[in-house]
Design a protein around this ligand. Sequence first.
Ligand SMILES: *Cc1c(COP(=O)(O)O)cnc(C)c1O
Length: 231
Amino acid sequence: MYREEILLQNYQAVCASLEQAAKRAGRDPREITLLAVTKYAQDEDVLALLKRGVLAAVGESRVQQAWARWQEDPRFRQFSHVKKHFIGHLQTNKAAKAALLFDSVDSVDSPETIQALAKHVPAGKILRVLVQVKLTHKETQSGLPLAQARHLATQARGAFENIDVCGYMAVAPQGADVSTLRALFRPLAKAFKTDFANHPSAQLSLGMSEDFEIAVEEGSTLPRIGSLLFK
Ligand SMILES: *Cc1c(COP(=O)(O)O)cnc(C)c1O
């Protein structure tokens, strides 16, 4: 089989699983957007899916790499309608490029990061941000504990004209079983519903290749999927 067919099959399989997970939870599949994580994918693979017109949103975790691809490479630049999300750890010295390139920064975890972004958002643009929530106590996990994340979201909402705080993002621990995942996702989904009830385009970004079906059952609106799409 040609590589392009494999990629399309991967994509269709992911969409089918997303739809089934939504239906199991009594949700409308149309309220879920697939965030295709392209950070490890080959240029040719990403371009193949872009040309088929199936990608609405992509996720990158390195500013430099994302810049070279989506800003400087003409093969990618023509797909400027595809929403670009930053999902990695943002160093403040990369905030200027990030504010320019991305439509959404989904991994914000400090007031300083939001301020740095706000300083560099170009005139006329509104940058969306999600506050990253830490689901475990592991030192290596990014994000804020839920209570602090909610506090940051509340404080930052409406504080900057060019920043739209839209919801929460979180990464579940690898290899967690289903009941652990549900127990981690559920309180966050509940907080999201409360805190962003009045936001017209709020997003809860939970779930990766390994756990997106549980995440969607628990309310994720923006699962982030890389390895399953580009395998
Ligand atoms: C890499 C990455 C993903 C995608 O992970 P897969 O397991 O390849 O689907 C999702 N979210 C974040 C924050 C990532 O860094």
